[in-house]
Design a protein around this ligand. Structure first.
Ligand code: PLP
Length: 438
């Protein structure tokens, strides 16, 4: 163990639960990244969360920057959400029929978001994106889509595709079980590469239904794109009669109430949402103009449905959460707090000459083991640098700070992180980085 390393926290009960879980679930988990394959030790089994804190089953307490991968922008167990969910619970869990709650959440979203006119609620981000792609294909009557290397859009077949060997190629499947024929409909190009994208449009003239990009790519580090590049995406899609899809599953209601669309001031054709609109419950949504959304069944011929879509308990949680977010000054305060937190850490690592750069936007941050001032593409990340994250992650857990269990994951600051906890977390990060570089 490196100098200054702290003794490991107890994972006794987590280990017992994990051994048991392995008998029930592949890899012992219900979503792969939870298995802690990229960091040290057994995954922590969580007992409860409150505010910005998490407690595991061994009684360890952490300041949480994973925030359930983003949805908990108000922190854990927020009183307003709890109250709304409790009221909804009293009336029943699911009806498979419309409720006023769906209208209420939709109204709250549409009133404050000029980028969409109609929306459809689904139950996850994956489902939202999958449906958006189908809509784009149904509307344009074209089959191919373009995605970017380093962007994650959930686990539907069309999107489990990675770049092939050439500059512009058909994609290759990144999962067993995805038919080659499906991967052939997905073209993967590098981010921030106008030439490759232009070539894709030339090579597949008249065949591209849509280009999909994460509002701000935040699933492979934080790959901040320039407004000019996003504007280019808008223009090239328009020129070729293709649609532009912003996948705002992370950025929606995180960069601001109107997400990345407002951040860039660019109108995409279809937007997908998830995470935050459910306040921790399983909700996703996709939206577009009234004209485009009229293609969705039962109005139009693009089929999409869901037994639990618009689930009343989930809608209640979403209404409570978005009501808080729509209050004046919410994002200003949260973003300022994050900026101060990130700047202080950057100052520390710079003074120490550590090869670390903090990238951030709004209340999302990424600790990168690099001295590059800009990382805009997946291939600009040195995979070896991610090794250092393993030590950082363990030292942070041992000092009561919980970050996502992979160096490619971003961190989230919530409204529940107070100055006191951010100060504590900062000290823990300083000390842990000292160990990483000792
Ligand atoms: N799109 C983006 C940008 C995401 O970050 C994610 C998940 O992290 C998804 C889609 C898939 O969402 P879900 O995990 O809710 O299916």
């Amino acid at each position: 163990r490196p100098a200054g390393a702290k003794p490991d926290i107890s994972r006794e009960k987590s280990s017992v639960l994990f051994e048991k879980a392995k008998k029930y679930f592949p890899g012992g988990v219900n979503s792969p990244v939870r298995a802690f394959k990229s960091v040290y030790g057994t995954p922590l089994f969580i007992e409860k969360g409150d505010g910005c804190f998490l407690w595991d089953v061994d009684g360890n307490q952490f300041i949480d920057f994973c925030c359930s991968w983003g949805p908990l922008i108000l922190g854990h167990n927020h009183s307003k959400i709890k109250e709304a969910v409790t009221i909804a619970l009293e009336k029943g869990l699911s009806f498979g029929a419309p409720t006023a709650l769906e209208n209420e959440l939709a109204e709250l979203i549409l009133k404050h978001n000029k980028y969409i006119e109609r929306l459809r609620f689904v139950s996850s981000g994956t489902e939202a994106v999958m449906s958006a792609i189908r809509l784009a294909r149904g509307y344009t009557k074209r089959d191919k889509i373009i995605k970017f290397e380093g962007c994650y859009h959930g686990h539907s077949d069309a999107l489990l595709v990675k770049a092939g060997s050439g500059l512009v190629t058909f994609g290759e499947t990144s999962s067993l079980g995805v038919p080659k024929a499906f991967a052939n409909e997905t073209i993967v190009v590098g981010l921030n590469d106008k030439e490759a994208l232009s070539k894709a449009f030339e090579d597949f003239k008249g065949e591209i239904a849509a280009v999909i990009i994460e509002g701000v790519p935040a699933n492979n580090g934080l790959l901040l794109q320039s407004k000019e590049y996003i504007q280019f995406l808008r223009e090239i899609t328009q020129t070729h009669g293709s649609l532009l899809i912003f996948d705002e599953v992370i950025t929606g209601f995180r960069l601001g109430f109107e997400g990345a669309a407002a951040y860039y001031g660019i109108q995409p054709d279809i937007l997908t949402y998830g995470k935050i609109i459910g306040g921790g419950m399983p909700v996703g949504a996709y939206g577009a103009s009234a004209e485009l959304m009229s293609y969705i069944s039962p109005d139009g011929g693009v089929y999409q449905a869901g037994t639990l879509s618009g689930n009343p308990v989930a809608m209640a949680a979403g209404i409570a959460q978005l009501t808080e977010l729509s209050k004046a000054g919410f994002y200003k305060d949260l973003n300022k707090k994050t900026e101060e937190f990130v700047t202080a850490i950057q100052r520390y690592v710079s003074a120490k000459n550590y090869k670390v750069t903090l990238f951030h936007v709004a209340s999302i941050f990424w600790i990168a083991f690099t001295d590059q001032e800009q990382i805009q593409t997946a291939c600009a990340i040195d995979p070896k640098s991610i090794e250092k994250y393993k030590i950082l992650h363990r030292e942070l857990l041992n000092r009561g700070v919980y970050l996502g269990p992979s160096g490619y994951e971003v961190g989230f600051v919530s409204a529940a992180h107070t100055k006191i906890e951010l100060e504590k977390a900062k000290r823990a990060i300083f000390e842990s980085l000292d160990v990483v570089f000792s």
